[in-house]
Design a protein around this ligand. Structure first.
Ligand SMILES: Nc1nc2c(ncn2[C@@H]2O[C@H](COP(=O)(O)OP(=O)(O)OP(=O)(O)O)[C@@H](O)[C@H]2O)c(=O)[nH]1
Ligand SMILES: [Mg+2]
Length: 329
């Protein structure tokens, strides 16, 4: 799978021009003509290698699995990425043309120094024209680091209203230690953790909070959570904060739960958070602060996983390939 953390850093136009001409500046030759040709070849090679390395480091966005394609679209925008990569290809082509022509000119007897000077100017001008795209690609690389690389494991998605205690639960039951804070939308990105539940390795995804509102009104932070539910979840752990100290009434939280049930047709485990602050026990209740009820929640998760994997002999992996039950047992 594409690991977006491995995308290369991208130089600005000024830095790239500097890199190319510094390398060309070091090249020598036995006479002015040969030296000019060597320098021109270096300009061509360095710029070609650099621009192609950037372009080739990016996957073909249209053929990515749905989750990754839609996440890239939410995080940076695929159209903009494609436009930027096309601009780099354009610049590569232009530079190759300019330099080939210059090499022919030198070979046919034109003044090497003046050909070299005009080539430097034209190549620099082409690169300056893609400065915005180079900066965009560097920024995109930094932003795409947030996209997690999922494994082919049973996947639990922890969802609920903002500030209800999702991240606190995920921190308790998995390897990941997400940020916890007393305000909504603390979690802005998808956090991936792993756990062993009932002897099975599972991945647990902490998602940003969702409000009960139509998909078209959802912001980019919420859409990250929707994509996890849509593409990754084998089951959902839905966290309800009955104390309403999250700042949202229980009815709104339940309305969101119903919406998730309607849209995603997934097994859902409903749990109460903040058990240290209330006595409702008609659903599994846990406290991430005292640890009360955590084991009971884990047992419920185990039961739910057993049910899922006994009902189906094959399950759909997030990548769209089917994986057999044996792999999970
Ligand atoms: N008393 C008590 N407070 C809790 C518990 N779990 C979470 N909190 C508090 O509730 C607040 C929100 O917790 P988070 O885990 O960040 O909630 P979240 O659902 O991930 O929030 P967002 O990422 O903003 O959607 C924090 O102030 C936590 O300390 C709990 O079991 N008991
Ligand atoms: Mg959170």
């Amino acid at each position: 799978m594409q690991d977006f953390k491995k995308l290369p850093t991208v130089l600005t136009a000024e830095e790239l021009i500097d890199k190319i001409f510094r390398r060309a500046g070091k090249v020598e030759g036995r006479n002015p003509k040969e030296r000019a040709i060597n320098k021109l070849s270096t300009i061509s090679n360095v710029s070609k290698d650099y621009l192609r390395k950037i372009v080739e480091a990016h996957p073909s966005y249209d053929s990515l699995p749905d989750f990754y394609r839609e996440m890239v679209d939410v995080v940076v925008g695929i159209r903009n990425l494609k436009k930027a990569l096309a601009a780099l290809k354009w610049a590569d082509g232009m530079i190759q043309k300019i330099v080939s022509k210059s090499i022919r000119d030198v070979k046919s007897g034109k003044n090497p120094a003046s050909v070299l000077r005009s080539t430097y100017g034209r190549v620099a001008s082409v690169i300056e024209q893609i400065d915005e795209e180079l900066r965009f690609l560097n920024d995109a690389k930094n932003r795409m680091r947030e996209i997690p690389v999922l494994l082919d494991l049973p996947t639990l998605v922890v969802a609920g209203y903002p500030n209800v205690g999702k991240s606190s639960l995920v921190a308790r039951i998995s390897t990941v230690k997400p940020e916890v804070a007393s305000y909504p939308f603390t979690t802005k990105k998808v956090n991936l953790g792993f756990a062993e539940i009932g002897g099975k390795r599972v991945q647990i995804i902490d998602t940003p909070g969702l409000l009960d509102r139509p998909l078209s009104k959802r912001n980019a932070i919420e859409r990250r959570a929707v994509l996890c539910l849509k593409h990754l979840a084998d089951a959902v752990i839905f966290v309800i904060d009955p104390t309403e100290t999250c700042g949202y009434p229980v009815e709104r939280q339940i309305a969101l739960l119903e919406e998730i049930r309607t849209y995603f047709h997934l097994p859902v485990l409903e749990v109460y958070s903040k058990a240290d602050m209330h006595d409702r026990r008609d659903k599994p209740a846990y406290s991430a602060i005292t640890g009360e009820g955590i084991d009971a929640v884990l047992e419920e998760i185990e039961k739910m996983l057993k049910k899922i994997y006994s009902q189906t002999s094959t399950v759909m992996a997030p990548s769209g390939q089917t994986s057999t039950q044996e792999q999970h047992s």
